[in-house]
Write a protein that binds this ligand. Structure first.
Ligand code: NI
Length: 386
């Protein structure tokens, strides 16, 4: 049995991807995308869509034999807020929204895998039961949480999960298999500093949250420089600050948003502890009140030794060039699936030889569609794991 897309099947998958690319939808609003996925899966024999109750996204199943494993293949489906500047006949038709992370390619690759798996099932050669998870809202990392909270994976109890991200810094079709931590853990947070506003000419009657916020931001810079092991470090960035209005009025409060990322759980723990202490105590020193709203902690994407062996074998079977990579401080909510089952995350190179890589999330980002052949086959080989 052939595990690769035929030219005709590839053309179908490419047309599917181009359609998604023209109609990008942001996190939790992937309604049209979900309908298109449903349509595509419904046309394939042997595939059932589960009744999960998801508002967007879905899980489909291709049932194998009783003695087989249960394998979950995951693709993310959402686009981002970005204006597309790359010219093509299938450029985004929604101003300000774009598939600038290539999730359209991930989704279409999984559709490609469904095409192949449907044929394998029809030929009576499918041993494992394969679940196809089209996950919404990877951007903002709330989609995997929604899937986990639905409880559906507790019922499915997958034995293994696989996913991938296109990676512009790698040459087209190269598959990166990395053992250990691949992508960063992260915790986003919002700080609110409350003072007491008043006339700008009477500082003795007010409590100024702007001066306090400046001190908090400065002091937070010491978390990485003074509290982290230089060989096991973290990143801390304050990315937004907002507060105050006219020139002669002291503000009532200031809000800032920030992120901490680290490849190690230990460093992330320590950084969180220090942010809490520095913020609260600095606010106190300036007679302000501080509140920190911690968002969900996303663990690192971690490929275990056992999963590495399995995943490497599947990659080798595709005949693709395989490489190892340095981890990235980018994060991925695929990481949460390792709380349910052993998981493996691949990167697949997406920049053709001779072209300069255009980074993820950039307005001129685009992917090399031909890598969907490798991606679809890789999904299928992983799904056929003995
Ligand atoms: Ni992405």
């Amino acid at each position: 049995m052939e595990y690769r897309l035929t030219e005709k099947e590839f053309e179908y998958v490419q047309a599917f991807k181009r359609d998604l690319h023209m109609h990008p939808e942001t996190a939790h609003h992937e309604f049209r995308t979900t309908e298109k996925i449903k349509e595509a899966l419904s046309s394939l024999p042997g595939i059932d869509i589960l009744d999960t109750g998801f508002r967007t996204g879905l899980i489909a199943v291709i049932r194998g034999r009783e003695e087989g494993k249960k394998i979950l293949l995951r693709a993310d489906i959402d686009a981002i807020v970005q204006n597309e500047e790359y010219e093509s006949p299938w450029k985004s038709q929604t101003p300000g929204v774009m598939h600038a992370c290539g999730h359209d390619l991930h989704t279409s690759s999984l559709i490609g895998a469904a095409v192949i798996l449907s044929k394998i099932k029809a030929a009576g050669e499918l041993k494992n039961t394969v679940y196809l998870l089209f996950q919404p809202a990877e951007e903002g990392t709330t989609g995997a949480r929604m899937v986990l909270d639905s409880g559906v994976l507790d019922e499915i109890k997958p034995d293994m999960c696989f996913g991938f991200h296109n990676w512009p810094k790698l040459r087209s079709g190269t598959v990166a298999c990395h053992k250990g931590v691949l992508m960063s853990g992260k915790r986003n947070f919002t700080i609110n500093i409350k003072g007491s506003g008043g006339h700008g000419s009477m500082p003795h009657l007010n409590i100024d949250p702007i001066v306090c916020s400046a001190a908090v931001i400065q002091s937070l810079q010491t978390v990485v420089s003074r509290n982290m092991d230089p060989l096991d470090s973290a990143v801390l960035s304050v990315s937004m600050i907002e507060g105050g209005k006219p020139v002669n009025v002291v503000a009532d409060d200031v809000t800032m948003t920030a992120t901490i990322r680290s490849l190690s759980d230990k460093a992330l723990d320590r950084a969180i502890e220090r942010v809490e202490s520095i913020t609260m105590n600095t606010a106190h020193a300036y007679e302000c009140e501080a509140e920190i709203d911690w968002k969900e902690r996303i663990p690192s994407v971690f490929n275990t030794d056992e999963m590495y062996e399995v995943a490497l074998r599947a990659a080798e079977e595709t005949g693709a060039e395989i490489t190892d990579v340095e981890p990235s401080l980018a994060s991925e909510d695929f990481a949460l699936y390792r709380t349910v089952a052993p998981s493996f995350f691949y990167w697949i190179g997406s920049t053709p030889e001779g072209e300069e890589p255009e980074d993820l999330h950039r307005p001129r980002f685009h992917t090399d569609d031909s890598i969907m052949k490798t991606a679809a086959e890789l999904f299928v080989r992983a799904a056929m794991t003995e």
